[in-house]
Design a protein around this ligand. Sequence first.
Ligand SMILES: Nc1ncnc2c1ncn2[C@@H]1O[C@H](COP(=O)(O)OP(=O)(O)OP(=O)(O)O)[C@@H](O)[C@H]1O
Ligand SMILES: [Mg+2]
Length: 364
Amino acid sequence: MVEVNIQNVWKYYGKTVAVKELNLKCPENSFLAILGPSGCGKSSTLRMLAGLEHISAGDIFFGDLRVNQLPPKERDIAMVFENYALYPHKTVFENMANPLRLRNVNREEIDKRVRRAAELLQIEMLLDRKPMQLSGGQKQRTAIGRAIVREPKVFLFDEPIAHLDAKLRAHMRGELKHLQRRLETTTIYVTHDQLEAMSMADNIAVMHEGVLQQFGTPSEIYNHPANEWVAGFVGEPPMNFLNCRLERGADGVVAVHPSFRLALTDAQRRLLEEKGAEAEVRLGVRPDTIAYRAGAGSGLGIAAKVFVTEPLGGDMIVEVQLGADRITVKTKIGPSANLDEPCTIAFDAARIHLFAASNGIAYF
Ligand SMILES: Nc1ncnc2c1ncn2[C@@H]1O[C@H](COP(=O)(O)OP(=O)(O)OP(=O)(O)O)[C@@H](O)[C@H]1O
Ligand SMILES: [Mg+2]
């Protein structure tokens, strides 16, 4: 298989800059997700990899081969889009066989490869049906089958399961990941859905407004977001952000908010010193790392008020009013509470993040 290497790549459409100086590597046989909101340049990047879009500047390599000038059919890639575009008058078998017929593969080999792909995707019993007679998930699997029979060097997926219902999407996430691990084909997968990226990929490239924000494993992206934007984009419910001021005293460094003072750990204090931290910071705290108790004087350090409680089966989301700020807490299910009922909350200093207020860069 092959490593994909994107070097200083730019994409312009007239005056619109869709991709800015992108540097990104997808190691051989691995699964890379390109994650970001609508319009951030994901499809433009993928289409340049596929050869469907001209590269405005920079280079793309598949292994040692610079592919900038290669037409799509010479790049040995297979692409699956959200709109899977099956031939309506052809059977599942014929849809899957089509790319092989176009390459004059012999009949016996076609039969063998289509049946093997169908077996892998568990659609052997559907080979004689036409697309009209398939569910959305079965159509999607047929489109994926059509991509894998080619045994390409690289798979390119552009939001292939975005329009399926939630349950089928969850199922297809597992199937696609399993398939990729089994085939060990270098895979680049574009999505705006963080759950897809987090659950399937070996590495994630987070993009925003054409700029790569962070590259890392799912756990690096989640636990050590490089900036406030990534921190707010990855995680559900999203991370809370509070404006704080750092005060240095005899007892170390304290993050000061109108409603609380939070003493930082020694490791955090050292990081702030190393990075020459500004006094004005944004404190980031994930909803499931905040302790919550209902009632006045219920024992946690910070007095606050409930805005609303939302039961979610085993868990509960509590929107908490903390002075002028409102934050989201995720806790175990408990009694619901009404507007303005008192509660107490606590932060775990070791699990907070601090970002520079001026530019959002993470200190930790
Ligand atoms: N053919 C085109 N002509 C002009 N502008 C384009 C063209 N294709 C994309 N753009 C612009 O380039 C930017 C990036 O678009 P792109 O399709 O790469 O985004 P995306 O991340 O795939 O978004 P989505 O999640 O909505 O598919 C957008 O501002 C878009 O409007
Ligand atoms: Mg797109």
